[in-house]
Design a protein around this ligand. Structure first.
Ligand code: EPU
Length: 421
């Protein structure tokens, strides 16, 4: 097993290139199955474990994949001949549930193991199922798998009970080849929802309204290959912004869409950091004292849940009391116990983390309890006095491409070691 070892205290300086968005890529790759002729050439794909998992699942379904380079795949789905994604890979990650929508749309049947992913709370898929059923599919959950089938799919009006990224994208994918018009209401508006819609439209789908409260999908007869570039990862960018502020550094965050980062930029600015926006980059520096702030996570364009854990590390190092209210996931404060081992003064009451900022964290052996918790630990290690060793970093590698190399290039003392279990 691998661990990350960090000797803290170095200021981060220089520039970092942000890779493609994990949560867009994990939907775009399964959606490539919709092309019944022609290849999808997709670039700016992050080189992460979740993507490697999806590649293996796509191959097991009969897709022909050529790896052009670490960030570009050419996927030919013409000969897909297996409609079951039931390997361990499907169970291991969250995004595998997009195979349900994609296989259902093209072949009217699918069997997919219920997805895994980070343990951050109950992760139901009732809204996905509600959408598939409204389109005319029959859905059965049996032996840990979702089995879906339909004679044909027919457009429908669907009002989601909760704002869900996964359900919005999955039902949008399923509706692309349905007969007639589908209208989705109370949808998620995250940048990756828009990115998946743009990808589907490049393949010949007819989707309007992604990024607003209502998405309208006019079913088409078939879809074809295309060339597409995944949008930059808002959460990877936010993680580097927070690390830059936490170390009091001076970092250019390149290949980003500053608009997607506004809620993070606003909070860091409120804390006292200085953020200068370029067309596709940000410069993050600290010129004066920082102060605590209150944060409540909400769906886009609000403050992203996926960045609150890294923020909790930063807030535990600045003077003053800060509150983080997690409104999306009921169990996303598990990393706080790890931060406390490093000296953080944090109390969790239900969904609220009450952080009394102190100035100093100290190195310790800590665990990455999930993906973003892992990023929070890396930032803690970067600012802590002494050495921090992070275990269970497979969670980090699922979603952050080469995080150690990227931080090392910015001046951090971070390395990966292999340990016997
Ligand atoms: N929900 C339901 N029913 C459903 C679906 C969701 O009640 O059928 C609830 C969830 O329990 C949650 C809320 O709706 O309380 C939002 O869940 P959502 O469906 O939006 O989450 P998701 O699609 O499972 C994606 C990301 C998460 C990110 C959330 C919220 C992927 C693969 N995962 O999850 O990313 O936290 O959206 O933005 O896209 C991460 O990257 O670290 C991560 C966990």
């Amino acid at each position: 097993m691998e661990r990350l070892v960090i000797n803290g205290g170095n200021l981060l300086k220089g520039s970092v290139d942000i890779n493609g968005a994990k949560n867009a890529a994990v939907a775009i790759l399964p959606a490539a199955i919709l092309a019944s002729n022609g290849k999808c050439t997709i670039d700016n794909i992050p080189d992460i474990e979740d993507v490697h998992c999806l590649e293996r699942i796509l191959r097991s379904l009969g897709c022909n994949i050529v790896k052009i380079d670490n960030n570009t795949l050419e996927i030919d789905s013409t000969d897909v001949n297996n409609f079951e994604a039931c390997t361990d890979d499907a169970r291991r990650m969250r995004g595998s549930y997009y195979f349900i929508g994609a296989l259902l749309a093209r072949f009217k049947k699918a069997k997919v193991l219920l997805p895994g992913g980070c343990s951050i709370g109950v992760r139901p898929i009732d809204q996905h199922i509600k959408g598939f059923e409204a389109l005319g599919a029959e859905v059965v959950i049996e032996h840990g798998a979702a089995i879906v089938k339909a004679d044909k799919l027919k457009g429908a009006n669907i009002f989601f009970d909760v704002v869900s990224v996964g359900a919005t994208i999955n039902v949008m994918i399923a509706a692309t080849l349905a007969e007639g018009v589908t209208v989705l209401e109370n949808v998620a508006k995250e940048p990756h929802v828009v990115d998946v819609a743009n990808f589907l439209n490049s393949m010949g789908a007819d989707i309007k309204g992604a990024g607003t409260d209502i998405i309208r999908i006019k079913g088409v007869e078939s879809m074809k290959g295309c060339s597409y570039s995944v949008i930059p990862d808002q959460i990877e960018a936010g993680t580097f912004m927070i690390a830059a502020v936490a170390t009091g550094g001076d970092v250019y965050i390149k290949n980003v869409i500053p608009k997607h980062l506004e809620s993070i930029t606003a909070k860091l600015t409120e804390m006292g950091a200085v953020i200068e926006e370029g067309d596709d980059s940000l410069r993050v520096t600290v010129k004066g004292p920082l102060k605590g702030v209150n944060i409540k996570t909400t769906p886009y364009p609000g403050f992203p849940t996926d960045i609150q854990q890294p923020m909790s590390t930063l807030l535990s190092t600045v003077p003053g009391r800060s509150l983080i209210t997690e409104s999306i996931w009921e169990n996303r404060h598990k990393h706080i116990d790890e931060l406390k081992k490093m000296g953080a003064n944090i109390k969790v009451e239900g969904r609220v983390a009450i952080i009394d900022g102190s100035q100093k964290l100290t190195g310790a052996v800590v665990k990455a309890t999930d993906l973003r918790a892992g990023a929070a630990m890396v930032i803690a290690g970067l600012v802590a006095e002494g050495t921090t060793e992070i275990t269970n970093i497979e969670h980090i590698d699922r979603g952050y491409p080469h995080i150690d190399n990227k931080f090392r290039a910015l001046g951090a003392d971070i390395r990966r070691i292999e340990v016997e279990e």
